[in-house]
Design a protein around this ligand. Structure first.
Ligand SMILES: NC(=O)c1ccc[n+]([C@@H]2O[C@H](COP(=O)([O-])OP(=O)(O)OC[C@H]3O[C@@H](n4cnc5c(N)ncnc54)[C@H](O)[C@@H]3O)[C@@H](O)[C@H]2O)c1
Length: 312
């Protein structure tokens, strides 16, 4: 019997959520195929969790993972815009078919709720700012379409089958354990590790694009609130800090905090990238009582400390 199942629990966001749930005394099961996650991310909780090495593309494995679970946090995905452009079929399979399998399994195992890791990429380049959930989505990449499809499925499973769902649209999450290594590493890990090594970080476009960078603790907090909310009805809510920061400003701040002056190298903008992304978080406040706990500056300091600790 597990209180919680975290799919993708060996990944960046999933592993933080697992650590928090274990710390709160809950029983936690993880389902992960280690395609981008790894066992090291779960090292601190290895003795306290049930770990299933399995795949969300396999319906039978999803059923085994959901058995006797109260709440599912569905984090597993191939979480990358450029990967989805390079290989749309593979990311479709994990992100849409895998999510469908998880919803079916949660329904058939009579789980009480499934919280879905949705993405701000659904908004695309819609001109309205800040982005609120009533805006018509305009996904620009296969990844964004896939994550949005998951939201629609989550809502439909509430409407048709009464499975309580909530989609949590994360905006540019960053923090400890986010990998700087992949070819498509997220901005902050790539910038910090590059600057620490004295190598110019690569910036796509002019660097004036803005993001609502969201420190990981806020995302864990939002998920816990989503699980604890009295009822959920298939809604989707933004989770972010409500602060738009340009890529150039991030690099300048990292240089200030490290006492360095490593200038970026600008290359052509990337296909599928959006220009500005700033969240309106009032619906998350209203529905689940969400309030960001760690703002950008503090989160950046903690992330820098983490990446610096890896190089000593
Ligand atoms: N990081 C962000 O800024 C961000 C923003 C919006 C949404 N999200 C969503 O949050 C979730 C977690 O993202 P992350 O940044 O922690 O990525 P991550 O790559 O660190 O974690 C994803 C995890 O899913 C696992 N996984 C992938 N395919 C799988 C499969 N077929 N079966 C089982 N496990 C599989 C991976 O091994 C990994 O452990 C994803 O759903 C992503 O789309 C992330």
């Amino acid at each position: 019997m597990a209180d919680y199942l975290v799919t993708g629990g060996a990944g960046f966001i999933g592993s933080h959520l697992v650590a928090h749930l274990v710390d709160q005394g809950h029983t936690v099961r993880v389902l992960d195929n280690f395609s981008s996650g790894n066992r090291e991310n779960l090292a601190e909780v290895a003795g306290s969790i049930e770990l299933i090495e399995g795949d969300i593309r396999d319906a039978a494995q999803c059923m085994s993972a959901c058995r006797d679970v109260e709440v599912v946090f569905h984090e597993a995905a191939i979480p990358s815009v450029p990967t989805s452009v390079d290989n749309p079929a593979a990311s479709h399979d994990a992100n849409i078919n895998g999510t469908f399998n998880m919803l079916m399994a949660a329904r058939d195992c009579k789980c009480r709720r499934l919280i879905y890791a949705a993405s701000s990429s659904a908004y695309g380049d819609t001109p309205t700012s800040p982005k609120h959930e009533a805006i018509m989505p305009e996904p620009l990449s296969p990844y964004a379409v896939q994550k949005l499809a998951g939201e629609h499925y989550a809502r439909a499973f509430y409407e048709c089958f009464g499975l309580e769902t909530l989609s949590v649209r994360y905006f540019n999450v960053f923090g400890q354990r986010q990998s700087p290594k992949s070819q498509y590493a997220a901005a902050i890990p790539a910038f910090v590790t590059g600057i620490l090594a004295g190598e110019p970080p690569t910036v796509y476009g002019d660097g004036e694009q803005t993001r609502d960078f969201t420190f990981i603790d806020n995302v864990v907090h939002a998920n816990v609130l989503a699980a604890e909310a009295e009822e959920t009805h298939g809604e989707c809510v933004n989770v972010a800090c409500g602060e738009g920061i340009s890529v150039n400003a991030v690099i300048a701040r990292i240089n200030e905090l490290l006492g360095t002056d490593v200038q970026p190298e600008h290359v052509a903008p990337r296909q599928g990238d959006v220009r500005h992304s700033l969240a309106d978080i009032s619906l998350a406040r209203k529905l689940i009582g969400f309030e960001p706990k760690v703002l950008f500056e503090d989160g950046l300091r903690r992330a820098i400390d983490y990446y610096a600790s890896l190089v000593v």
